[in-house]
Design a protein around this ligand. Sequence first.
Ligand code: SAM
Length: 300
Amino acid sequence: MPRPALSSRSRARATSGARGATSGVPGALRTLGVRPSRRLGQNFLSDPRVAQRIVDLVSDPMEPVVEIGPGLGALTTLLARTGRPLVAVEVDFRLAEAQENILREWPAAGVVRGDILEQRLDTLIPGSAPVTIVGNLPYSITTPAIEWILAQGSRVRRAVLMVQREYAERLAAAPGGKEFGSLSVYVSLHAEVETLFRASPGAFYPRPDVDSVVLEMRPRPWPGSTEEERALVERLARAGMGTRRKTIANSLARGMDVESGRVRSLLERAAIEAERRAETVSVEEWIRLARVWSAEESRS
Ligand code: SAM
């Protein structure tokens, strides 16, 4: 059934949440009849200074942008008004419809209704121009959204993302630290990540329980590595770190279903001590192990 268009009055009120004055989030939600959904990670940015800081990071005014989850448009309008190609993908149809009405003013900007994870960048922005991804990411899809970006990394110039602070710490963690895990290895294999600034819970409505940070992620393959090596490192790191506190030899034997003596010999050839915990192994060492591992696999 076609949805009724917003009346011009309610459109103006819904828009006021986005025209740089993000302070009216509760009012804009009431107007649209939307109760923030935890499942959809709907913590809307309510501090216009934070919105402006994020948008300022996308400095080229004509750079094509895909926004993940425009919500009430705190970032969307600021991004659209330079006239750049902008596609905002929103899964909540009520919010998507409100954004469609607002973005009519900028012909190069538009909304796609749907789940970002079911889209392809090449369909959202056809052509070969590098795309910047912007998003105050819904918590529930942070990892899948990052995987979605990195799987299409050759099309992505960079991603400017708001994520929970603890999550950013996991991405940026160094080997041996308690935050270092297979996610840190995976992201290091495919991108450079830089944490830029922090936003307190008071910058959002409703207030989340935790701090957030804005980070920039620039896709690039780990220098000198092949696609096959990176894929094998992902499998090895997931298997190795699947059971924390075990030695790398034991967790790899179990996780990769390979006989323990053989794992120990491969580790030795990669100059990694069998008794170490997998969380202490650096990306360079995982790559070394992947090379030894695949050489052995192709012999047998
Ligand atoms: N960008 C807005 C802001 O900064 O105020 C909203 C951010 S809010 C944290 C996350 C937004 O993503 C919500 O509007 C939510 O409906 C939307 N969203 C959640 N899951 C999504 C998905 N799978 N695909 C697209 N949008 C999604």
